[in-house]
Ligand binder design. Structure first.
Ligand code: AMP
Length: 130
């Protein structure tokens, strides 16, 4: 079971953003920016391009809804989207609020937030989620 499957099952806590029958979304614990969010399929598949077409298409549409919610809450120019997947072997999309290209670099120092700050960000994005 991947760490993300444990999060989806509620065995490991997360700052949840949104969920439907196929996907779960939560704040990245080591964020590049305030509001850096992950979208994960409930189906545990390592590599995103091994997902079936239906799940992959729906994952993009779910990510769009999450991105729109983040945009309403976090001061940024737009939401950058990327897939790395070298650390956690469970497909996930990174949604990252950015104002410049360099904000997308995974070489950047990660932001630090208290659990209270994480919860505050998550609850605002949750409220903005339609
Ligand atoms: P990658 O697999 O290279 O896309 O990186 C995995 C991402 O998942 C990193 O940005 C981590 O900070 C994030 N991550 C790992 N474990 C957790 C967790 N328990 N809760 C939230 N985010 C996590």
């Amino acid at each position: 079971m991947s760490i993300f499957s444990k999060i989806i099952a509620g065995e490991i806590p997360s700052y949840k953003i949104a969920e439907d029958e196929n996907f779960y979304s939560f704040l990245d614990i080591n964020p590049l920016a305030k509001g850096h969010t992950l979208v994960v399929p409930k189906k545990e598949v390592d590599y995103i391009f091994d997902l079936d077409d239906d799940t992959l298409s729906k994952m993009m549409l779910f990510s769009k809804k999450v991105a729109k919610a983040i945009e309403k809450v976090v001061d940024c120019k737009r939401i950058g989207i990327t897939v790395i997947g070298l650390e956690v072997p469970h497909a996930h999309i990174h949604l990252i609020p950015i104002t410049s290209e360099s904000d997308m670099s995974f070489k950047n120092t990660r932001k630090q937030f208290s659990s209270q700050e994480f919860e505050e960000i998550a609850s605002k994005i949750r409220e903005a989620f339609e």
